[in-house]
Design a binder for this molecule. Structure first.
Ligand SMILES: *Cc1c(COP(=O)(O)O)cnc(C)c1O
Length: 457
C-alpha cells in the first residue's frame, strides 16, 4: 500500500464505505430496480482527476506541520458518514425531507447540550458559527427589542456585522492585556445605560482567551442583561482536563448563560457546514413560530425547520456529527477530551520554548490551544516586519503558521525594551488543534528555530 500523506485517505476507508453502502441499499430492497447506468463515467473520471489537480493548490491543512489558522481535518468517520449520507442527501428542514437524519440531529444536539449540563433546551445545527450567532442575536433582539448588544473588542467581527443586519445597536467593550473583556470598562458602560445582551466570547478566535464569565454573571444579577456565550471555537474545551484553574472556573459556569454557540466544524472534527445554537429556555421557540404552544417545540415530531431561520440544511452534517460522537463520546476524561488536551499540551510546550528563547517575545500564556508570539526587535514596526519574514521563511520549509494583527498591549513591550511606535503588532499565530501537534512539536520547533536563524543571518 502506498504511504499516504493525506490523513485517512487509505484504501481501507473506501472499502468501509462500500460495505456501508451495500447495507444502506438493503434498506430499499422492495423498490423496483432502477438500474440507470451512469452515463459518461469516463468523462466523470476525467473531470474528477482535473479536480484533483486543481485541489493541489492548497496549504496542506491535514498535515501536522500546518499549524496556522483554525483548520482541523474531519475525523475519517465523519467524512465517511457524510459521504454515505450523500447517497440519500436528506434535508433536515423537515421530517419528510430527512427522517433518520433529523432524529440523529436531535440526538447529536442533545449530546452537545449535555456537555454544558443542559437537559432541557432548544437547539439545532446550523451552517456554521455565523448563522448560529445570527439566531442568538436575532432572538436577543426579540426578547429585548432595540436594546444594546455588547461584545469585547476581541469578539469575532461577525457580531458587529450581524447586529447591523438585525438593526440592533452594538457597542464594543475594550479587551484587557490578557485578551479578555475588560470588566472596569464594562462597569463604566453599565453606568451609562442599560445593556440588552452581552456576548461573552469563551475562547476568542485570535488568542483563545476567555471572557471572565463569573464576574459577568455577578454583574448580570445586578443589571439583568441577557448573556450569549460565543464558544464557536472553545465550547468543546469544557471537556478538557488540562485547563488552568481560572479558565476552568469560566467553563464551570457556562451552563448559566442564556444561549450558547458551538461549532462542530471547528473542534468537533466535522466537515464545514456544521455549527450549533442552543437556548437554555425552550419557550423561546415561540419567537420562531408565533402560534405554536411551547410543548410543540420539544415534541418528538418537531420539524427542525420550525425552530431554525435557515430552511434547507444538509442532513449529512447531522449524520456525520452523530457518527463521530458515537465513536468518540463527549465526556470528561474520555478519548475525545484527551485529543483536545493533546493540542493544548502542544501549545504549552511551544509557549515554554518561545518564552525562554531570547529571539522571541510572547504574550499571556495560552488558555486553550492557540498561541501568539513575535520575533524580538528594537521596535514594534521591526518586530512586525520580522513576523512577516518568519511566516514566509517557515512556509518555504513546509511549516505553515498564520499572521495576526493584534493590540500591542498583549505583549509586555516595556519589559522587553521594545519601542512602541505602533498600536498594533503583526505577530505569528498558531492554532495547535490537531492531536498530532504534540508528537510533532520537536519537528515543528526545529523548523521554526532554523527559519528564525535564517532571517537573522
Ligand atoms: C469561527 C468563529 C465564529 C464564526 O463561525 P463560522 O463557523 O466561521 O461561521 C464566530 N465566533 C467565534 C468565537 C469563532 O471562533
Amino acid at each position: 500500500m502506498d504511504e499516504t500523506r493525506i490523513t485517512g485517505s487509505d484504501p481501507e476507508s473506501i472499502r468501509i464505505l462500500e460495505s456501508a453502502l451495500r447495507r444502506l441499499n438493503n434498506g430499499f430492497q422492495d423498490l423496483e430496480p432502477n438500474s440507470t447506468n451512469i452515463i459518461g463515467i469516463r468523462q466523470i473520471e476525467e473531470v474528477l482527476l482535473e479536480v484533483a489537480d486543481r485541489m493541489k493548490d492548497n496549504f496542506p491543512y491535514f498535515h501536522p506541520l500546518y499549524a496556522g489558522q483554525m483548520m482541523k481535518p474531519p475525523h475519517p468517520l465523519a467524512r465517511l458518514a457524510y459521504m454515505l449520507a450523500l447517497y440519500i442527501n436528506p434535508n433536515n428542514h423537515a421530517l419528510d425531507g430527512g427522517r433518520a437524519s433529523s432524529h440523529m440531529e436531535k440526538e447529536a444536539v442533545a449530546r452537545i447540550a449535555a456537555m454544558f449540563g443542559w437537559e432541557t433546551f432548544l437547539g439545532h445545527l446550523t451552517g456554521g458559527g455565523t448563522m448560529a450567532n445570527l439566531e442568538a442575536l436575532w432572538l436577543a433582539g426579540q426578547v429585548h427589542p432595540g436594546k444594546l448588544i455588547v461584545a469585547s473588542s476581541q469578539a469575532h467581527y461577525t457580531h458587529t456585522r450581524l447586529s447591523k443586519v438585525l438593526g440592533l445597536p452594538f457597542q464594543t467593550v475594550p479587551a484587557n492585556r490578557f485578551g479578555k473583556m475588560d470588566m472596569e470598562e464594562l462597569k463604566r458602560l453599565l453606568n451609562m445605560g442599560p445593556i440588552g445582551t452581552l456576548v461573552a466570547t469563551i475562547g476568542t478566535t485570535a488568542t483563545g482567551a476567555t471572557d471572565p464569565l463569573p464576574e459577568i454573571l455577578r454583574l448580570q444579577e445586578e443589571h439583568g442583561f441577557r448573556i450569549h456565550a460565543d464558544t464557536a471555537y472553545g465550547g468543546y474545551f469544557t471537556l478538557a482536563g488540562t485547563l488552568a484553574a481560572p479558565t476552568r472556573e469560566v467553563y464551570d459556569r457556562l451552563g448559566e448563560v442564556d444561549s450558547i454557540v458551538v461549532d462542530p466544524h471547528k473542534h468537533g472534527m466535522q466537515p464545514y457546514g456544521c455549527g450549533c445554537i442552543l437556548f437554555k429556555d425552550p419557550s423561546v421557540g415561540v419567537h420562531y413560530k408565533h402560534d405554536s404552544p411551547y410543548t410543540y417545540f420539544s415534541s418528538d415530531e418537531l420539524h427542525l425547520g420550525e425552530i431554525s431561520l435557515e430552511c434547507s440544511r444538509p442532513g449529512a452534517s447531522a449524520v456525520a456529527l452523530w457518527a463521530t460522537q458515537t465513536l468518540l463520546p463527549m465526556v470528561k476524561e474520555g478519548e475525545f477530551a484527551g485529543l483536545l488536551d493533546l493540542g493544548r499540551e502542544a501549545a504549552l510546550l511551544l509557549y515554554g520554548k518561545l518564552k525562554t528563547d531570547n529571539r522571541f517575545i510572547t504574550a499571556f500564556a495560552p488558555e486553550l490551544d492557540i498561541l501568539i508570539w513575535a520575533p524580538k526587535a528594537s521596535s514594534v514596526t521591526e518586530c512586525s516586519k520580522r513576523s512577516r519574514q518568519l511566516f514566509e521563511q517557515a512556509g518555504r520549509n513546509n511549516l505553515h503558521l498564520a499572521l495576526a494583527e493584534l493590540p500591542c498591549h498583549f505583549f509586555d513591550l516595556d519589559r522587553e525594551d521594545i519601542l512602541r511606535d505602533r498600536d498594533t503588532i503583526t505577530c505569528l499565530r498558531s492554532v495547535l488543534m490537531k492531536p498530532e501537534h504534540k508528537e510533532w512539536l520537536p519537528r515543528l520547533w526545529e523548523i521554526l528555530s532554523q527559519s528564525m536563524d535564517h532571517i537573522l543571518r
